[in-house]
Design a binder for this molecule. Structure first.
Ligand code: SF4
Ligand code: SF4
Length: 369
């Protein structure tokens, strides 16, 4: 990591924490920290991405502001995380997207929606867009399958490549002499931690969402959002198999597998976004960095828009509004794909890599039960 004010503040705080260790057991940061005596700037990128921002150590800390030490790990780490996203982004000129991420996300979403609406109105006549379409191939009357698949496929492939380069850069930059070869046991352990959101459970009581009291609301909302996203992905995958391998062309019946998965996924995503937005609104602002807020809100708004417009296409698919709602949905999905490596979504990738590194190091330096 570069030697910035945020990185130096995090390093100063973590050196005090390593002497104090009152908060060990709160999260993955403290066991990882305790394996070391000295900390490099790169260690700050690693520890910051292990922090899941539960605010527990802030509310427990006797050295938190107004104490002269001013220890505020959630705030320091949130800023270092943001800097790590920019530092490991690929290609580097696009790292500037993290500087005012909320504005960037809003602008890309507006551009993507405008692009799809313009393309639809230029490629098909208004009569086709504003007319109800029924039966197999109804969606493709407005936007052809070839156009949908080529734009979405090319964008998604680029974003996956950019995320992969970022993850490799993160891994190489934060690798230390403590990090050994990646074992299956470490992979299993990290995967379990990720899928179960183990650390968002704290010691069984959850995070300090609003104040010093504990709550599992954030964990539940996070599960609803991630689960909903997975269900929507499954719905799209099943529909692709139906359409291209079985010859069953969309749209499908209300009780077909893609529609049931997509409906449940959309409702779950809306519930998760609403829950996480509520947590943001009630959170004590003291351990929150204003620098990261725009990007956090922007990703939630984007995911919410994707779920709402997706359900809108389902609900209105037999009406004359389907063409416009589908163009809106495709615009939002295009923006989501474009922004995957340049917004808060990268948190999932770097946190996953940090949890894997932590599991590898624990595996090597402490016997695993
Ligand atoms: S956050 Fe405060 S109480 Fe917790 S380990 Fe660090 S210095 Fe100690
Ligand atoms: S805010 Fe929570 S996750 Fe982050 S270092 Fe403190 S206790 Fe750990």
């Amino acid at each position: 990591m570069r030697e910035t004010e945020a990185v130096l503040a995090a390093k100063h705080a973590i050196e005090i924490c390593n002497a104090c260790r009152y908060c060990e057991g709160y999260c993955a940061v403290f066991p990882a920290m305790e394996l070391q005596r000295d900390f490099t700037l790169a260690d700050m990128g690693y520890l910051a991405n292990l922090c899941h921002n539960c605010n527990g150590c802030y509310h427990a800390c006797q050295f938190a502001p107004p104490h002269e030490y001013g220890i505020n790990l959630p705030k320091h780490f949130a800023e270092v995380r943001l800097e790590s996203y920019a530092q490991f982004a690929w290609p580097q000129p696009l790292a500037r997207a993290f500087e005012r991420n909320g504005v960037v996300v809003a602008a890309v979403m507006a551009l993507a929606i405008t692009f799809v609406l313009l393309a639809v109105t230029l490629l098909v006549t208004p009569d086709v867009v504003f007319r109800p379409h029924l039966g197999p191939g109804a969606f493709y009357a407005v936007v052809s399958w070839g156009a949908m698949a080529s734009v979405a496929g090319a964008t998604l492939l680029f974003s996956i490549a950019a995320l992969s380069v970022g993850a490799i850069r993160f891994w190489c930059a934060t690798r230390s002499e403590l990090t050994g070869p990646v074992t299956w046991r470490a992979v299993r352990r990290a995967a379990t931690d990720i899928v179960t959101l183990r650390y968002l459970g704290g010691a069984g009581e959850g995070c300090n969402d609003a104040d010093a009291s504990f709550s599992l609301a954030r964990r539940h909302a996070h599960h609803a959002l991630a689960g909903g996203f997975a269900l929507c992905f499954a719905a799209t995958s099943v529909a692709t198999v139906f359409d291209h391998f079985l010859g069953w062309v969309a749209p499908y019946g209300w009780f077909s597998l893609p529609v049931v998965l997509g409906t449940l996924g959309g409702i779950s995503m809306i519930t998760g976004c609403a829950g996480l937005m509520r947590v943001k609104l009630i959170t004590d602002p003291a351990p929150v960095s204003r620098r990261v807020l725009g990007g956090d809100w922007a990703l939630l708004a984007l995911l919410l828009a994707a779920a709402v417009t997706g359900l809108g296409v389902l609900a209105l698919r037999e009406t004359s509004a389907m063409g416009v709602v589908m163009a809106l949905h495709l615009g939002v999905i295009l923006a989501l794909f474009v922004l995957l490596p340049y917004g808060k979504f990268v948190h999932g990738v770097y946190r996953g890599a940090a949890l894997l590194k932590a599991a590898v190091e624990r595996d090597r330096h402490r016997p695993v039960a």
